[in-house]
Write a protein that binds this ligand. Structure first.
Ligand code: NAD
Length: 305
């Protein structure tokens, strides 16, 4: 059986598939047309976040039995069309949890102490100290939207920084929140009382556009906003306006409504109170090996019925 790997995934997963007798082609950077042209010959497809498995791609995939997503978010796959064609979709939901958690922590630290800005300034031959005065995390409140695998780990790590942790997640039991030391509140309370707001929900019909201009307006003056979940959860253009006005003091963003985020659609160009990274949440050696092995195992299980 033939499997196409259409995004950069760790070689470990590819080797595992080959060891089990699958013929694997690695063809990255295909656009929709390129994918449509070649998908017909494959029984399995392995993607990361760059490949969009659209209805048109699925229509052209005459032999396709499984789509594997090396990572957690399956929002890049048209699940309804895949399911209607009997195509199994598998993901690797846990191997990059720690990586995304640690990246979020790094982003929180970076916007709190202006580390990238201070680095750039010093590398430009300057020596400013007052300009980069930060704040301390201790005794601040962090509001976590989505207290799942990543959100709950953020709570644990930020509690170690002596922050108060509150959360909005309509799907977790009160008992679980208690165990985590997270006070569950409604979304408005979280928006109005948090010094830091970090998003960790999946991208669903409910969460798409969940944090827009209206929600940002409800946030405290001087709030810091972090998004390492999915770009479409947060309106970055409304956020950029609030940053310009000084209502939002800082933002750290790893994911964007359209990726790659090119200069012409990047609302943060020239702003010095923002830290942005190109969707690096899962980009650690350990996470990439983990997701590629997990997804290879999932794809093989699906192909073996
Ligand atoms: P998870 O499923 O374990 O947790 C998500 C939580 O969000 C759940 O507790 C769920 O109840 C909650 N939730 C769902 N709908 C909600 C809503 N409307 N309001 C509030 N809460 C809601 O997922 P996870 O593994 O923690 O991943 C979280 C997000 O992080 C996903 O979007 C995932 O794609 C993203 N992610 C990004 C990167 C990256 O590279 N930046 C890496 C890994 C994961």
């Amino acid at each position: 059986m033939k499997i196409l790997v259409s995004d950069d995934v760790s070689v470990k997963g590819v080797e595992l598939l080959r060891e089990h007798g699958y013929e694997v082609d690695v063809k990255t950077n295909l656009d929709e047309t390129g994918l449509i042209e070649c998908i017909g010959e494959y029984d399995g497809l392995v993607t990361r976040s760059m490949t969009h498995v659209t209805a048109k791609v699925i229509d052209a995939a005459k032999k396709l039995k499984v789509v594997g997503r090396a990572g957690v978010g399956v929002d890049s796959i048209d699940l309804r069309t895949a399911t209607s064609r009997g195509i199994i979709v598998v993901n690797a939901p846990t191997a990059n949890t720690v990586a995304a958690t640690e990246h979020t922590c790094a982003m929180i630290m970076a916007i709190t102490r202006h580390i990238p800005q201070a680095y750039n300034s010093l590398m430009a031959g300057e020596w400013h100290r007052e300009k980069f005065t930060g704040i301390q995390l201790k005794n601040k409140t962090i509001g976590i939207i989505g207290v799942g695998r990543i959100g709950s780990r953020i709570a644990k790590r930020m509690q170690a920084m002596e922050m108060r942790t509150i959360g909005y997640d309509p799907y977790i039991p009160e008992e679980r929140a208690k165990q985590l030391g997270v006070e569950l509140v409604d979304l408005d309370t979280l928006l109005q009382t948090s010094d830091y707001i970090t998003m960790h929900t999946p991208l669903t019909k409910e969460t798409r556009g969940m944090i827009g201009a209206e929600e940002i307006a409800k946030m405290k003056d001087g709030v810091r906003v972090i998004n390492v979940s999915r770009g479409a959860v947060l309106d970055i253009y409304a956020l950029a306006e609030a940053l310009k006005k000084g209502h939002v003091a800082g933002a750290a963003i790893d994911v964007f409504p359209k990726e790659p985020l090119t200069k012409d659609i990047n609302p943060f160009i020239g702003m010095d109170n923002v830290v942005i990274t190109p969707h690096l949440g899962a980009s650690t050696v350990e996470a990439q090996i983990g997701v590629s092995v997990d997804v290879a195992e999932g794809v093989m299980a699906a192909l073996n019925g």
